[in-house]
Design a protein. Sequence first.
Length: 155
Amino acid sequence: MIPFLIIIITFILTEFSAWANHKFIMHGLMWYFHADHHKKNHKSTFERNDIFFLIYAIPSWLCIMFGMMNGYAWYTWVGFGIALYGLAYFFVHDIIIHQRFKLFTKSNNLYVLALRRAHKMHHKHVGKYDGESFGMLFINPKYFKEAKKLKASQN
């Protein structure tokens, strides 16, 4: 039970960490790597922005590896929580929102519509400053209201 709780708590805390990293690091000191993610025309499958995968993957891997080497210490489960968040990020951000892979392209789910709207508002700012909606899973309620209006107009 404790490992499960550590994984879930880490997953949730990673969302807040990702928000802060996105707002203050990606749109700050490391804008060079994130800037191409805000450009509409990509010439390749990969972006410089994909380097941020390593920022989460390496600590996750180290926690899992060293934790398993030490009898499944508590930080093993922290590593799995970070890895689970990474998997969710890939699925939500890369597949559902940006549709890097053409799956779930016609979803009419309210949460998915709100996610896409919030992320669209984030990307309307192509520069380093004046951004909004830096999180991934927890969305400002105003985007749910906008998604409801959109969904109602589609019916």
